[in-house]
Design a protein around this ligand. Structure first.
Ligand code: MN
Length: 384
């Protein structure tokens, strides 16, 4: 297997799986290698990988993450026959939520997305609120409703206006990149280097009910329009695998405050791809995001809030400047006024029951190849 495959030695994302041939066993941690999963508990003789989630391994810290990745790479490269004994075909496993999500934070880091939503929700005002260029705006989401890719999403019901209750008629997606915290901090302590705390990235679909959101969000922010489900990929790509995808952060005006001007001012050259019922509707570019991953981390802990093992913080919708680069339907269809036409002749303003949305992403690999992030997908079920 060469570096040219998107699931080769230079990627090795982590996930949690159970094996069809071992019913009843606690799910195990593995890394994806080609069309197989390497069973780490067996291959490395380490029970930390047999605990049902990545959290126990994450809590060992950044040095252990690096050593483990090096060990896995060397086993696969130098002793493929021995490693092969612990490779399970992907079609023989079931994939699960890879982490026990501790706290979940969602940011709003795309200048284009924030501007588009400002224009739609507040047409008579400046698109960006005065704080937007001074701090990465975010909110705390609901960790308990973060679900693994493939979990069906039931259309939420809620208040859509004064005296109006019913199923959301404006069910939407948000294509985002999520960051998984491995190493915690104590209450009152500020995080150190990004790579000492953040283990890796995963694709996120932050499902959003726009009608519920528009009615409820003033003045405290997103609530039930978001908390019914947030889907993540079953695969966590380690930061090390994205070394070749780092790009300078976007120019920021005004200069951010000192605590937001840290050593690691890099963005990521990832191109997302959003498919609706199999058809590509958008290709949002992550590299144009205004606030960097390190700035998100610094900001969410600057008040002394502690980080926990398994924290997930997401970038907010990734939208680029072009119409075909918008990461939500509300932008792609301009709040439903310009529906998307699909090749079967149907049109979508927002999601219909039985629609399936899948998000993938590619990035330059660390050794010149291509990394493909694990897909996040979900299908809409009718309201109950
Ligand atoms: Mn979001």
């Amino acid at each position: 297997m060469t570096a040219a495959t998107p699931w080769g030695l230079d990627h090795l994302p982590y996930g949690v799986f159970s094996r069809a041939d071992r019913p009843g066993e606690t799910p195990r941690v593995g890394v994806r290698y080609g069309d197989h999963v390497l069973d780490l508990a067996d291959a490395l003789h380490d029970e930390v990988f047999a605990t049902g989630s990545l959290n126990a391994f994450l809590s060992r810290g950044a040095a252990a993450w690096r050593d483990t990745r090096a060990l896995i790479r060397s086993k696969l490269a130098t002793d493929p026959v021995a490693a092969g004994l612990h490779l399970v075909p992907l079609d023989r496993v079931e994939l699960h939520l890879p982490i026990e999500v501790a706290d979940y934070v969602d940011f709003y880091c795309s200048l284009e997305h924030a501007s588009n939503l400002g224009r739609m929700f507040r047409p008579d005002e400046e698109p960006l609120k005065p704080n937007w260029r001074h701090l990465p705006v975010g909110y705390h989401g609901r960790a308990g409703t973060v679900v693994a890719s493939g979990t069906p999403v039931v259309r939420p019901s809620g208040q859509r206006g004064a005296g109006v209750f019913g199923p959301s008629a404006k069910l939407d997606i948000e294509a985002e990149l999520g960051f998984v915290v491995g190493a915690p901090t104590a209450l009152g302590e500020r995080p150190g280097r990004f790579a000492d705390h953040v283990f890796g990235v995963t694709l996120v679909n932050d499902w959003s009910a726009r009608d519920i959101q528009a009615w409820e969000y003033v003045p405290l922010g997103p609530f039930l329009g978001k908390s019914f489900a947030t889907s993540i990929s079953p695969w966590i790509t380690p930061l090390e695998a994205l070394a070749g995808a780092r790009v300078p952060g976007r120019e920021q005006d005004p200069e951010p405050l000192d605590y937001l001007r840290r050593a690691e001012e890099w963005g990521l050259d990832l191109t997302l791809e959003v498919r609706l019922n199999g058809e590509v509707v958008s290709r949002p570019p992550y590299r144009g995001m205004y606030w960097t991953p390190d700035q998100m981390l610094a900001h969410m802990a600057v008040n002394g809030a502690s980080l926990r093992v398994g924290d997930l913080f997401a970038s907010g919708t990734v939208s680029g400047p072009e119409a075909g680069q918008r990461g939500s339907l509300i932008e792609l269809t301009w709040n439903g006024t310009e529906p998307v036409k699909l090749s079967d002749g149907s049109v979508r303003a927002f999601l219909e029951d039985c629609d399936t949305v899948s998000i993938t992403a590619t990035a330059p690999g660390p050794e010149g190849g291509l990394i493909t992030l694990g897909e996040v997908s979900g299908t809409i079920l009718p309201a109950r």
